[in-house]
Design a protein around this ligand. Structure first.
Ligand code: CA
Length: 426
């Protein structure tokens, strides 16, 4: 064996003694490579400087692990662990209260007033047991190095240190040992007579993806227009469908009939309804309606109504009549041209039975003609008055003469008949 090889072996042995690494696996690694004994505070600082922190013994697995790998020092088999008495609670350096405790016989006993730190005993008699100890005492540190890195769980979960491994608690919507996968929802497709558009940060059918649905002209969406893939891998609501549009249900008009037909039903897209009226009634409106793609009939439905006989209006007047959408009544109003007067009623109504409700207008007459008519009426009235009064006076005179003759000669009544003419009051 050459001198160089001997020197190399000696160096390796020296390194192995000085830097004792207990184990290095995928999870935490435990280290007890310091040759000095330190107080608890110094021990923790040394661990934080060279590794992650002073070791915590959260469960029995860690105890078994340390029992197996920590060197059994015959002279001073004592190691600081990361447990302290804080406010009368044994608390780990990560702030957790120690649920798992593995005290030696009659420990913790607080023999000294400041026995607030814990040592781990590594000898055959008390292997793995704990003792409360003064924090100023000198022990070996045993450290751990955490294996959880910032991206150990793909930045999508919480990394938990284990003895021989670490585990990831993934955020909702992510799966896999390292949260490296995204949950996916069922593949969707566009409904018949419709279209679909999907998009999302992780893909078209993955976590938080959204799919928007729309329907072709003449079809309406039945359901929710936008779906979202939730963290459980299911769409938040069922996908919608496209249904052919429907128009309002119609009914036959009073005194009439209706007949509807269509490819998708009697009141659906492109359906047609035809209207007719019974004898004596006339259709007012459009005889055939069609259901449009917007879901509305193209025109209002008609009605059956009786028409009043037409009026002849002389003198150039205008007659404006209303036709109620669902009424058989039609109100009319006459307006005469400027310089004319209406002789008769200005407003009148056509009733449902086909008769005018009030007197109807006669004519529109000019002012001159109106004056002539008024004067003529006055002359006629005066003439009639004079004629009647004259006739009345003659009748009274004849009555008086007859009365005188009857008084003188009773046989006169039998020989004469009463005179003709209007009867006048005495
Ligand atoms: Ca003690």
């Amino acid at each position: 064996m050459t001198g160089g090889v001997v020197k190399l072996i000696a160096m390796s042995v020296h390194i192995a003694v000085f830097w004792l690494i207990l184990v290095s696996v995928e999870g935490w690694t435990y280290h007890s490579d310091n040759k000095e004994q330190l107080n608890w505070k110094e021990a923790r600082e040394w661990c934080q400087k060279h590794y992650t922190d002073i070791v915590m013994v959260h469960n029995e697995n860690v105890t078994h692990f340390l029992t197996k790998y920590l060197p059994s020092r015959s002279s001073a088999p004592y190691y600081w662990i990361g447990l302290k008495n804080i406010n009368d609670s044994w608390t780990w350096t990560d702030g957790q209260i120690a649920n798992y405790q593995n005290w030696g016989d009659k420990e913790p006993n607080s023999v000294l007033p400041d026995e607030n730190c814990v040592e781990y005993i590594s000898n055959p008699n008390n292997n793995g047991k704990w003792n409360d100890e003064s924090c100023t005492r000198q022990k070996y540190p045993v450290c751990h190095k955490a294996q959880c890195l910032n991206n150990s769980c793909s930045n999508r979960g919480h990394c938990t240190e284990q003895v021989n491994n670490f585990t990831c608690e993934c955020e909702p919507g992510f799966i896999g040992p390292r949260c490296e996968k995204v949950v996916t929802c069922e593949q969707l497709s566009a409904p018949p007579h419709g279209s679909m558009e999907c998009s999302g940060q992780y893909g078209n059918h993955s976590l938080s993806s959204k799919c928007t649905f729309s329907c072709a002209d003449g079809y309406k969406l039945s359901g929710t227009a936008e779906l979202q893939c939730n963290s459980s891998g299911a769409w938040n609501v069922p996908p919608p469908s496209c249904a052919v549009v429907s128009c309002e249900q119609l009914s036959a008009p009073r005194h009439g009939w209706m007949e509807c037909s269509g490819l998708y039903g009697n009141h659906s897209l492109n359906s047609k309804c035809k209207f007719s009226c019974a004898g004596g009634y006339k259709l007012r409106g459009t005889a055939e309606l069609q259901c449009t793609s917007s879901g509305a009939w193209n025109v209002p439905p008609p009605l059956c109504a009786v028409e009043c006989f037409p009026l002849l209006l002389f003198g150039g007047g205008l007659m404006n009549c209303t036709e109620g959408h669902d009424s058989s009544r039609s109100a009319c109003r006459v307006e005469c041209p400027p310089g004319h007067l209406l002789l008769g009623f200005a407003e009148f109504t056509c009733r449902a039975d086909g008769m005018w409700e009030s007197s109807f207008p006669l004519m529109c007459a000019s002012f001159v003609h109106s004056l002539i008519v008024l004067l003529s009426s006055a002359v006629i009235s005066l003439f009639c008055g004079w004629f009647c009064c004259s006739k009345c006076r003659k009748s009274k005179k004849a009555v008086r003469m007859r009365t005188q003759q009857e008084t003188l000669n009773p046989a006169f009544e039998a020989e004469h008949t009463p005179p003709d003419g209007p009867l006048c009051s005495a």
